[in-house]
Design a protein around this ligand. Structure first.
Ligand SMILES: Nc1ncnc2c1ncn2[C@@H]1O[C@H](COP(=O)(O)OP(=O)(O)OP(=O)(O)O)[C@@H](O)[C@H]1O
Ligand SMILES: [Mg+2]
Length: 248
């Protein structure tokens, strides 16, 4: 069980004032479940993932994993306890090859297994194993390698931050398939997929709507899709001073 209790996260506006990016986030997530987190840009989804991973330190609140308060633990200590995160914007590592970063993600991997994970994300191992993780890879290629690393970690808490971003339509289908096979009903762990992709939402056990720095709603697709849709339409009308999109 992963629990976030009364989480608040502030960032400085640079003029002496603080902006609350997360406010009173309370949520409990269970092993064996596949969760989707969705919501508008800037709503706090990535910040929430980074609080779980220990990249951001909340100004208030606690992160509890299997009964242990891990709020003060470092990223490495949390990784040792089984939390893993695939970045929305993966870093590049000039001088390291694809094979190197796969082995850093999971040192026990042999080359046959690395090839398998690359195939899982639709990359031909022969073409990629020796490629440098630098500017010579496209955005979608880097993204797929980041997802392959997270799959290889086999972590009890796996957080995918927009795995579909920049990835072609054919590969999105493949990623959905692999995430279902790995995580749906897998009692050893949970997966959290932060996504804006409508195809991901129905495959998940639960959808969590994060907006304005907090959890607005959670439920199955059927339960919360109508209100997500309503929310989106209201925002569009509000932002544009009229329903310029013509949505009924
Ligand atoms: N390191 C930071 N410093 C200052 N502000 C930040 C930082 N990280 C995030 N924010 C702010 O926090 C808010 C939430 O950002 P976050 O990246 O969590 O949104 P998101 O829901 O993941 O959005 P998107 O759908 O665009 O990925 C934004 O207003 C963002 O500018
Ligand atoms: Mg984000």
């Amino acid at each position: 069980m992963l629990e976030l209790k009364n989480i608040k996260l502030n960032f400085s506006n640079g003029n002496g004032t603080a902006r609350e990016v997360l406010q009173d986030v309370n949520i409990k997530l269970e092993k064996g479940k596949l969760y989707a987190i969705t919501g508008p840009n800037g709503g706090g989804k990535t910040s929430l993932a980074k609080v779980i991973m220990g990249i951001y330190t909340p100004s208030e609140g606690q992160v509890i994993l299997d009964g242990e308060d891990i709020t003060s633990l470092s990223i490495t200590e949390r990784a040792d306890r089984g939390i893993a995160y695939a970045f929305q914007q993966p870093p590049r590592f000039k001088g390291l090859t694809v094979e190197n970063v796969m082995k850093i993600a999971q040192p026990s991997l042999d080359t046959v297994q690395i090839r398998g994970y690359l195939r899982d994300v639709g990359l031909c191992p022969e073409d990629y194993l020796d490629r440098d993780i630098g500017p010579g890879l496209s955005g979608g290629e880097i993204k797929r390698i980041e997802v392959a690393q997270l799959l290889a970690r086999q972590a009890p808490v796996s957080i995918f931050d927009e795995p579909e971003a920049g990835v072609d339509l054919w590969t999105i289908q493949k990623l959905i398939g692999i995430i279902i096979r790995r995580y749906k009903g897998n009692s050893r762990g949970m997966a959290i997929v932060i996504t804006h992709n409508e195809q991901f939402l129905p495959i998940c056990d639960e959808i969590i709507l994060v907006a304005e720095g907090t959890v607005k709603e959670r439920g199955t697709t059927e339960e919360i899709w109508p209100s997500i849709r309503e929310d989106v339409i209201c925002k569009m009308k509000g932002q544009c001073g009229g329903n310029v999109y013509g949505i009924q």
